[in-house]
Design a protein around this ligand. Sequence first.
Ligand code: PGA
Length: 245
Amino acid sequence: MAKKLIVANWKMNPQTYKEAEDLISEILKGVRSTKTTIVLCPPFTWLTDFSHKNKSSTFFGAQDVFYREEGAFTGEISPKMLKSSKVNYVIVGHSERRELGETDEVINKKLRAALRVGLKPILCVGENENQEKSHVIETELREGLKGISSAKAKSSIIAYEPIWAIGTGKNCSVEEAMTSILIIKSTLNKLYSREVADRVKILYGGSVNPENASSYLEENFIDGLLIGGSSLSAKKFIGIVKSVQ
Ligand code: PGA
């Protein structure tokens, strides 16, 4: 069976280099002998320092990227900068960025730019409580993947994250996550082919903790987890990784 993919999204945490360094060294020690693929996504300030020093089999990812190649874009980071800094993954379209005004069109540009240099994008999709699940998932996938070939789509990762489950402690039931993942698969089938739908890795994210993590991964359809809050505690994150072996 393929290795499960566990992604840590630290968001805008922790606040000092010292805390970040302590967290990373504890995590790297604790996950050393595990059989999962681990991707750590610290904020940009710590990311490239950690990725350059990294001698473990753990991968690094960014929480965002800009879509232009180079030039006068104050404050932005290009896909090539990430790629040349030993960063392999990038989260695109997280609901917290959509909340700040990021549109499907911008997300699509970021996804294409990331794929162009060989980064693996993790496209986040998911509905809020008052939205119709299938409509939101289908739209975010269709718009996010616009103009992306089958070959490139296969190296993308989709994370299903219902907004109401993010950071709330109210994780989505496994049954509901499965329903959503089936919607993702059937949309990929419609947009591309059965082969693409089978090949694209699909993660679940939203209030995952060491107690509930393994229940998602017992399902063959769920290829991994995107972890926010619980990835800021080495003990909890290692607990999650160990629980899914
Ligand atoms: P959470 O966040 O684990 O804190 O719910 C998940 C995410 O935002 O990716």
